[in-house]
Structures are given as C-alpha cells and as structure tokens.
Design a protein around this ligand. Structure first.
Ligand code: ADP
Ligand code: MG
Length: 366
C-alpha cells in the first residue's frame, strides 16, 4: 500500500493506493473558495491552509486503514509548486516515512498528471494492468493545467520525453486570465465553460497561435491580448449581452490550438529515429475537465484510430491518487530519465533514507 501526500498548490490531498486492488481511499481539501476572494492563489494563505488541514486528513486516512499497518511506501509531491506548500508536504512525508519505517518516494507533480489517465485502466483490472498498458505504448499525452501545457511521449519502457511546452501562458492560465478580463471570477476555466454553453464559438475570431506545422510549442498570450482589445472596443452593456458568445469563442480558440498541435504530434512517429506510431492518446490536468476539449480530443483520437485515455474528473486537478499511482507505475530513477527531455518532468527520486529526499529544484520555476 502506498500512502501519498500532495500539497503543491491549493489542494491538500492524501490517498492510499493498493497496487493489487486500486485506490483504497482519498481525502482532499480544496482551498479554491478561499483564493477566489483574492482572484488567484495567495501562497502564504495556501501554506497556512495546508498546515491546518493536512493532519486531520491524514488522521482520517489512518483511521480507515488500520493505523497505516499495510503502508509499504510513502510518496509525496516534491515539485514543481509553491515553495512553502511543498516544504510542508515533504516534511510531513519524511516524518511519516521515518515513523512507519518505510521508504519515501518524491514524485514530480507533472509526472503524476502524466500518469493519471492510466488510473482507470488499472482500476478495471489490476492483475492485467501491465499487459494492457504495453498495448497502449508508445503513448502521446496532452497535459493541460493552470501552470503547464505539455505534449509528451511515453515509450515502450515508460521513458517520458517532453515534446512541446508553452512559450508563455498555460492553457488554464489563458482561461483564468480571460475570465478575469471578462469579470467572471476564479478559477476561470469552469466559469468560461459554463457560460460558453449558450454561446456561438464562431462569434469572434480570436487567434489560435498555431505557427508552422512543424512547431509543436504552444502560445496563448496573443489570445488573451486579443480578448482585451476586443473588450476595449465594447460598451459594458454589450459585453454583458455577449458574454456567452465571447466565452464560447475564447474557449474555442484555446481548444483549437490544443487539438491542432496534438493532431500534428500524433501524425508523427513516436521517436525521431523510429517508425513506431502512437498507440494511445492521453489527456490530463485541470483543463482536461473541459467537456468540449474532451470531445475535440476524442475526435482526433478516432481519426488516428487510437483510444483516448482521459483522466477521471476527480483526478484532473491536484490530487494525491495520481502521486501514489505514479510512484508505483514508474518508480525507478531510470524511468523517464531521458537526458534530451525537459527538466520539467523529472524521474521520481527513490531514496533509501527518508532524510535524503530534497525538494526538487524545479520548485524555483513556480
Ligand atoms: P495547477 O495545478 O497548475 O493549478 P490544475 O491541474 O489544478 O492546475 O488545474 C487548474 C486549472 O484548470 C485552472 O486554470 C482552471 O481554470 C482549469 N480548469 C478547471 N476546470 C476546467 C474546465 N471545466 N474547463 C476549462 N478549464 C478548467
Ligand atoms: Mg491546482
């Protein structure tokens, strides 16, 4: 049984994962309502909230699991994220690992997201998981969250290679900033999705930031600027009357950019030298909650005749289940250690002594 802790940003989360059976339980406290009052995450408030909620969540996990007697490993998010929040989670995880006399695994938050689409596959039948996983590799993944937008590949050995990132804003950030410009509140993605339902996606022509076909990197800052210029041309009453159209068009621009780049990546062989085509497409991160985005990626996957594996809605945002799962599915330092790949997603660090685990330097990228 793996006990996992996630405190990288604005969710305090604890999960228990049994590789032979699946998720044994998860306990999450979200701070969204607190930060919404300030229009975004306030790091100091986030750290204090983790401090307040982590112990009670751990207590509930302990009570449900016979005093953690079956725990054989502790896993913790060690970056990237807010420095104070990460330090608190890592310190708690170290203490738990020392007390339970089990090893500690540091998991990169993005690696957790990257593996989250495979959690349902494992849940369906834990015994066959590795056999079924092998039929889905090489895998192309789209990871879309508030802080990151990545296309990455997982090869037959689960080595992870980052193929594209964003040059400026992440997809979720573009939605959050767009919502702010529209005066809608935080987080913006779900609010834009809701208001977009009644609107026309072709009402306004916002830029897609696509660049040449060979270029897989994303760019969303032009989109946000274009919305600002559009709003400056409109009277407040007109903005209010056209909010649904604005949301639908803005959301469509984000989805089109994500879908087109994903399609370009899927068309290519999975390695620079080899011919192997991708055998599955994954979707993860908070923005993966967006239903029109799921539908758009579903269409691309069907066209390429590969299955779409989307993270379950409860595992799209920050959660500890994905941290436990990634610690188990890809536990070796060699797994994913492709030197050509970006530093953004690092191999999980397995340390023989809990005292040896350091917070990943990636946290300075906050
Ligand atoms: P991070 O950990 O980087 O903050 P998360 O994985 O927690 O990111 O995801 C949060 C992001 O997901 C926010 O930008 C939010 O607006 C976006 N998001 C959440 N739900 C939706 C949705 N239904 N549609 C679009 N974006 C969404
Ligand atoms: Mg988050």
């Amino acid at each position: 049984m793996i006990l996992a802790l996630e405190t990288s940003c604005d969710e305090t989360a604890v999960a228990l994962f049994d590789p032979a059976r699946g998720l044994a339980g998860e306990w999450t406290h979200t701070q969204i309502a607190l930060h919404a009052r300030h229009g975004g995450v306030v790091p100091d408030l986030a750290t204090r909230e983790h401090l307040r909620h982590l112990a009670p969540l751990l207590e509930r996990a302990r009570a449900s699991s016979g005093n953690f007697s079956a725990v054989t490993r502790v896993a913790v998010t060690h970056g990237p994220g807010l420095a104070g929040c990460l330090a608190l989670g890592v310190a708690a995880a170290k203490a738990l690992a020392l007390a339970l006399r089990v090893p500690l695994t540091g998991v990169n938050h993005l690696r957790g997201h990257a593996f989250s689409p495979f959690i349902p596959l494992h849940a369906e039948s834990p015994d066959d998981f590795s056999v079924r996983l092998a039929t889905l590799l090489p895998h192309l993944g789209l990871l879309v969250s508030g802080g990151n937008t990545l296309l990455f590949s997982l090869d037959e050995n689960l080595a992870l290679r980052v193929l594209a990132t964003t040059r400026d804003d992440a997809a979720g950030e573009a939605l959050d900033k767009g919502a702010k410009l529209l005066g809608l509140g935080y987080p913006g993605g779900p609010l834009i999705e809701k208001l977009a339902t009644g609107g026309r996606p072709d009402a306004y022509d916002f830029p897609r930031g696509l660049g040449p076909r060979a270029e897989l990197d994303f760019s969303f800052s032009g989109l946000k600027t274009s919305l600002r210029y559009q709003l400056e041309k409109m009277a407040p009453a007109e903005i209010a009357a056209r909010t649904s159209d604005l949301c639908a068009s803005y959301q469509q621009a984000v989805i089109d950019a994500l879908a087109r780049k994903t399609f370009f990546a899927l068309e290519r062989p999975s390695t620079d030298s080899g011919q192997a085509a991708y055998r599955s497409l994954g979707l993860s991160g908070g923005v993966a909650n967006n239903r029109p985005l799921r539908a758009a990626l579903g269409k691309i996957a069907r066209a390429a005749r590969v299955p779409l594996l989307a993270a379950a809605p409860e595992h799209t945002g920050d959660n500890a289940a994905m941290i436990a799962f990634a610690a188990w599915a890809c536990p070796e330092p060699s797994c994913g250690a492709d030197p050509a790949s970006s530093e953004l997603i690092r191999a999980a660090v397995v340390t023989p002594s809990p005292a040896g685990l350091r917070i990943a330097p990636a946290l300075t990228l906050v």
